[in-house]
Write a protein that binds this ligand. Structure first.
Ligand code: 3HC
Length: 310
């Protein structure tokens, strides 16, 4: 069974086709997808927090409504991705437990504070912009449920990125104080958003296998490059500067040269020692406790209806 299964799996990957939940797959494929998809889901759920802090402080009803819609979208993205992860065999409550106990990773970016309203613009423009750069290729991931979840998520992510850009544009064209606030937010989110793409290729233990299995389509550094090229142009339209004196396009290599990123800081954030790690997990645990009655009620109702059906 395994030999035939492996041969079929290899053929599907070689044809760049899709692996579906019921197909035979190597344990390593199942494991790395459960790892990546669940961490992606955790990122979406934790990512709700920095923005949720500003819903009650949005400067207008319009901005409040847009921000609420975005935070609700992130919750939905998390649920899609937990559903995709569950098709690989790990129940959702196990994945959730891994997050609540601090054993699971989620995107480093959400361990940074959102200090001003302008951060809502910088997060939309830079963080969702980086997420799009990373997620569009994932629409073609070889694992069916993951790739299909990405299609819907990318459509909503584009709206997230546009509304962030628009917030920054409005501030940048506002008073000197507003422009300064926008520039400060970009200064704080620029480097952490570049680190969202993961460590340099030379320090990326998962990339080789993930690319061989058509999960990762482009390397961490290639996607980072693509993202830098996008925001350089958009920053000009915004009238804001990227806080990177070394940033330049190298004609010879055809690459963007940016400042060295602070990988020690990255490692510290991943180890749980970022500016907001403790408060993010604490808030998640509280939200989980606050929601216990909903889970109990749903379970009681399911038991009752099953009894009737039996
Ligand atoms: N934050 C936290 N952990 C990170 C990270 C980051 N920015 N970048 C890398 N890591 C971790 C990896 O998970 C891996 O650890 P693990 O083996 O324990 O999982 C380790 O660092 C080494 O990195 P690799 O490059 O070897 O790992 P990957 O091949 O998995 O590449 C990745 C990392 C590019 C983030 C890949 O996992 C990926 O594409 N994930 C899906 C995209 C994702 O998670 N995006 C989150 C963005 S936030 C978001 O989408 C919300 C938005 O809507 C606002």
């Amino acid at each position: 069974e395994d030999e035939a299964g492996q041969a079929r799996f290899d053929e599907i990957i070689a044809q760049d086709s899709r692996i579906e939940p019921r197909d035979w797959m190597p344990e390593g494929y199942r494991k790395t997808l459960t790892r990546q998809v669940s961490q992606h889901a955790h990122s979406e759920i934790i990512g709700m927090q920095p923005e949720a802090n500003w819903i009650t402080r949005a400067p207008s009803l319009k901005r409040k409504a847009i921000l609420m819609a975005k935070v609700q979208d992130e919750a939905g993205h998390g649920l899609y991705l937990y559903s995709a992860a569950e098709t690989l065999g790990t129940p959702r409550h196990v994945l959730n437990e891994q997050l609540l106990t601090g054993r699971a990773k989620y995107s480093s970016i959400f361990n940074y504070p959102a200090r001003t309203w302008a951060d809502m613009g910088a997060i939309g423009w830079l963080v969702d912009g980086a997420a799009i750069a990373n997620q569009v290729p994932l629409c073609r991931a070889s694992y069916g449920p993951y790739g299909r979840a990405m299609v819907r998520i990318c459509k909503e992510e584009s709206f997230h990125q546009r509304q962030g850009f628009e917030i920054l544009l409005e501030l940048s064209r506002g008073t000197a104080e507003q422009k300064k606030m926008a520039q400060d937010a970009v200064n704080r989110f620029y480097e952490p958003s570049l680190m969202m793409f993961g460590p340099p290729d030379a320090d990326s233990p998962n990339s080789k296998q993930s690319m061989a299995w058509n999960i990762k389509r482009f390397s961490n550094d290639d996607l980072r490059q693509r993202f830098v090229g996008m925001i350089v142009e958009q920053a000009k339209v915004l009238g804001l500067t990227l806080p990177d004196p070394d940033l330049r396009f190298d004609e010879e290599s055809g690459k963007w040269i940016h400042q060295d990123l602070n990988w020690d800081e990255f490692k510290a954030v991943l180890a749980g020692n970022g500016p907001c790690n403790a408060q993010r997990l604490q808030r998640r645990r509280e939200a989980h406790e606050d929601g216990a009655w909903v889970r109990e009620a749903a379970a009681a109702y399911a038991a009752k209806t099953n009894e009737k059906a039996a």
